[in-house]
Design a protein around this ligand. Structure first.
Ligand code: ADP
Ligand code: MG
Length: 909
């Protein structure tokens, strides 16, 4: 019998926005089950048991509640302390790959997607226990059940026999299945957040007569912006707040309340939340602080709060947050206590810091950046950043998603979501903590290189998230993406009325890797036709100081229509008062007349007079983002270009090692683990060589010797020059202590080298005699486990200098062939492999392959903790790569590896 699988204790989101708890059945569930059975309607019982059944016999209760969590498994769904759903499978004795599944859902909870969630989780469990197919017997009139199976995304086979359908399907994951599950998750989560974003009525619990208090400000904000539904202040000490009749408790409010803000002292919050649940409130925003952010006592309260939320099916933002707002005209909910309300627009924003949230709203306001919804997520006890991304994915009011992040709740899920959502709506993120230095033990080059930010950087890059460093840059990028098409290429045309800024722009664009193409002769002639002779028709086009609205409009339109650039950057330095407005109007006219998808952005180098006003996009034309300096415009444009390239990039293919190789690897690793302590350890050199050769990596011929005499003999047999390396526990980097002798030949040299390398340390266990590999470029390939992000792969050039140069590329496992090739090109030193300055070229194709083989190894051996292949020698094209030094650390993992349950679609915690 397997252990009780506690990882299946989960909260799930349901189709109608509600939630339920799911967990494996327990032997003591008898009374719950009997009560559940008795509540089931006659029809439901009939569907489940195929006969009219009045009671469950004690024997049957025992049978259902005692499962072995392997051949027999059952999950129950619980709501309000009652069982509302039951799903089980039984593996059949004769053909062990097939199990029979059965479901029952309480009548009043049918149609909410409980069965679907139970099925998803049950199949996940079944897969991990070697079940290949599920089989279910369904009565033809049981339409609910048929629909459940049909909509699940599984490939069904249906046969009918004696009036009963047999539904049969493989439980393996397929692309279609994942799609269906994700689609369902998205709908369920979005529905659950509706009462928060689109409440029909709102209460402020802790609304205050003191207009300077948080409760007072929040209440005032909601009123002053004209929330479209009724608003109820709740305060036991006041009869009236801001001319509105107040209620003593939420229970006294004579109306259904969708959303309640809770702004009461910490010690009352849990009670108030309970009252909300009892009053049928559907969402709460807990502004009050004093929870997990203050330590253990607060964390306990937060857990209690979360329990209430989950049990009642409410959703909660916070605690410890500044609120949420929705600018949609149908709602107009100014639900934060910040002094500003941003203009309506298409940028959604989530902020993990409350204080910064205020600054962010203020910034959006001053720069006229339109916000669709803003959420200060606080401690993220329930509603997470991932939930918001899911909700915004299909929100018609939102085109760009911006995030201020301090930490990730579930990075794997974030990565999957971002990859999908980012293809339709760009995600721009500030992740703080960038300068934080690595805290990992530096027992390898890879460990030393992998600072904690490296994984975040890799995650963003692989999932297409636009990472920015500051709030300024966040809005610089967002305002471009919110109004203009994402550029389809790297070519930029620059128009200016002064030489200096034109050069600044060109430098900044080119430094970011964008291109200022030469304009064609024909185009230059057209441009020149309306300009004075002193103007420059080259790119940047310099209209000189006399250039005014007419010249600008003429040249902008020509460049937009030319097909020679993918983006046009217009720079203007006002030469007299009021001039900027005229040029801004010209820009607006050019945009209005243009229907193509070249990106247009502007730089007005001035303060005071507000060009932005004319560029906000009227008469149905696109808004044109405007910047103070060419550098910030260039950076925002670059980010948009790179994002466009990510969208169009071929994601490439993962490469698996194949079942045979994987099986051999597993044997090697499992053998090695037997003699290791539980915390694991480094593999012996000969095992390292065996592992690498199994995955297809070449290693030099190597032998372990323990005396100078043997060394001489073996070197002689090997023929040619050899390398001697001391084998020792203490020497992490052998050459640092003089434990490596290179290019050794002949008896006396070998003897001498043996003495030298063994004397270099106090704990020499022997010497590794290796074939000397001549020439080649030295690179590092490594992997390390990140506690949050899983395996990270690193590639760098420089052999023993890699830490000094820090010229490395990181990716989160698994790698595709495209990832491998991008990693190699990403580092500055990669030009060396192309034969820089008459140096020999390197076998880049073989190097790419080596990276993929490493990724395959990581896949096959989850016990890998750390690995350093340093150096890998990249020989000339056609000659391949050779791993001349390698260290591999492994550690046992639990026998049964479940996928991270929290990563499953629809699972909320
Ligand atoms: P460590 O990293 O522990 O100092 P290495 O085995 O990487 O020891 O050896 C140090 C350096 O010696 C390597 O970076 C490489 O330049 C060179 N080297 C090691 N083994 C060989 C070999 N078989 N053929 C050629 N050069 C080698
Ligand atoms: Mg080395």
């Amino acid at each position: 019998m397997a252990d009780y699988p506690s990882e299946f204790e989960l909260d799930v989101a349901l189709r109608d926005g509600g939630g339920a708890r799911v967990r494996p059945i327990k032997p003591e569930d008898g009374p719950l089950l009997v009560e559940f059975f008795e509540r089931l309607g006659t029809e439901s019982r009939y569907f489940r048991f195929f006969r009219i059944k009045e009671t469950l016999e004690p024997k049957e209760v025992d049978f259902f509640t005692h499962v072995d969590y392997s051949d027999r498994m059952a999950l129950v769904a619980i709501h309000d302390g009652k069982m509302i759903g039951l799903a089980s499978y039984d593996r059949e004795r004769d053909h062990t790959g097939t199990a029979e599944v059965a479901f029952a859902v309480a009548d009043e909870h049918q149609g909410r997607g409980i069965g679907t969630q139970l099925l998803q989780l049950l199949t996940t469990h079944a897969r991990a226990h070697g079940v290949e197919r599920f089989e279910a017997f369904v009565l033809p009139e049981n339409r609910q059940m048929m629909r459940l199976f049909r909509n699940s995304g599984y490939e069904l086979t249906r046969t009918i026999d004696e009036g009963v359908f047999t539904v049969d399907f493989p439980v393996a994951l397929s692309e279609g299945l994942l799609q269906a599950e994700w689609e369902r998750e998205k709908r369920a989560v979005a529905a659950s957040l509706l009462p928060l974003f689109f409440p029909r009525s709102v209460a402020v619990i802790g609304a205050s007569t003191d207009p300077t208090s948080i409760g007072g400000r929040l209440f005032h904000n909601i009123i002053s912006e004209g929330f479209t539904g009724p608003l109820y202040p709740v305060n036991p000490k006041a009869k009236v707040i801001g001319s509105v009749r107040a209620y003593a408790t939420i229970g006294d409010v004579p109306d259904d309340v969708d959303l309640a803000y809770i702004v009461v002292p910490q010690r009352f919050v849990v009670d108030v939340a309970r009252q909300c649940a009892a009053a049928g409130v559907r969402g709460i925003v807990v502004i009050s602080a004093g929870f997990s952010e203050i330590g253990e006592e607060g964390a306990r309260l937060e857990a209690e709060l979360l329990d209430i939320v989950r049990d009642s099916g409410m959703r909660m933002v916070g605690p410890n947050c500044m609120g949420l707002l929705n600018t949609a005209p149908s709602v107009q909910l100014n639900g934060t206590f910040a002094p500003v309300y941003p203009p309506a627009g298409n940028v959604a924003m989530s902020s993990q810091s409350g204080a910064l949230g205020i600054a962010i709203l203020d910034y959006a306001n001053r720069n006229n950046i339109g916000i669709s919804q803003f959420v200060s997520v606080g401690n993220k006890a329930d509603v997470s950043g991932n939930d918001l991304i899911l909700a915004w994915e299909d929100d018609p009011a939102t085109d760009v998603i911006t995030l201020y992040l301090e930490s990730f709740g579930n990075p794997m899920k974030f990565s999957r979501l971002a990859r999908r959502v980012g293809r339709r709506k760009p995600i721009v993120a500030v992740k703080s903590g960038r300068s934080e230095s690595g805290s990992r033990a530096a027992s390898s080059h890879t460990g030393a290189l992998a600072s904690s930010d490296v994984a975040v950087q890799a995650l963003f890059r692989q999932s297409g998230v636009i990472r920015v460093d500051t709030i300024d840059q966040l809005f610089d990028a967002a305002s471009l993406l919110a109004s203009q098409p994402i550029p389809v290429g790297e070519r930029v045309g620059v128009i200016t009325n002064a030489g200096g800024p034109g050069i600044l722009a060109a430098d900044a664009l080119e430094a970011n890797g964008l291109i200022l193409p030469e304009l064609s002769a024909g185009l230059r002639e057209q441009i020149g036709s309306a300009l004075p002779a002193e103007a420059s028709t080259r790119n940047p086009v310099d209209l000189i100081a006399s250039g005014g609205p007419t010249e600008y409009e003429h040249v902008i339109s020509l460049l937009l229509e030319s097909g020679e650039v993918d983006a046009v950057m217009v720079i203007y330095i006002p030469v007299f008062a009021g001039a900027a407005q005229k040029v801004a109007e010209a820009l607006h006219r050019s945009q209005l007349a243009y229907e193509g998808d070249v990106t247009l952005l502007s730089v007005f180098m001035q303060t005071g007079e507000d060009a932005a006003h004319y560029l906000a996009g009227k008469d149905g034309s696109r808004a044109i983002p405007t910047y103070m300096f060419p550098e910030s415009a260039a950076l925002a444009l670059t980010r948009a270009v790179r994002h466009g390239q990510w969208r169009h990039r071929d994601p490439g293919k993962e490469v698996a090692l194949g079942a045979a190789v994987e099986a051999e690897l597993r044997m090697l690793v499992e053998d090695a683990l037997e003699t290791m302590p539980p915390e694991g350890g480094w593999l012996d050199p000969d095992l390292v060589g065996a592992v690498l050769e199994k995955v297809g990596l070449r290693v030099p011929r190597s032998f372990v010797v323990t005396s100078a005499k043997d060394a001489v003999r073996v070197a002689d047999e090997m023929g040619g020059p050899v390398v001697l390396k001391v084998i020792s526990e203490s020497a992490l980097h052998k050459s640092d202590v003089g434990g490596v002798a290179l290019d050794i030949q002949g008896e006396s040299q070998v003897k001498e080298a043996y003495k030298q390398v063994t004397r270099a340390v106090d704990d020499a266990e022997g010497v590794l005699l290796q074939e000397f590999v001549k020439g080649g470029h030295e690179v590092l390939i490594g992997m390390t486990q990140d506690p949050n992000f899983g395996p990270l792969v690193v590639f760098g050039l420089g052999g023993i200098y890699v830490e000094l140069l820090q010229d490395v590329a990181f990716r989160i496992h698994p790698l595709t062939d495209v990832d491998a090739s991008e990693m190699i090109n990403e580092i500055k030193g990669s030009r060396l492999l192309d034969g820089y300055r008459n140096q020999p070229k390197g076998d880049v194709a073989a190097l790419e392959e080596a990276l993929l083989e490493v990724s395959g190894l990581i896949d096959a051996v989850p016990e890998l903790v750390e690995m350093d292949l340093n150096p890998v020698k990249v020989l000339e094209p056609g000659s391949g790569v050779v791993v001349v030094d390698a260290r591999i650390k492994i550690r046992a993992v639990e026998a049964e590896k479940h996928p991270s349950m929290r990563d499953l679609p629809g699972v909320t915690s």
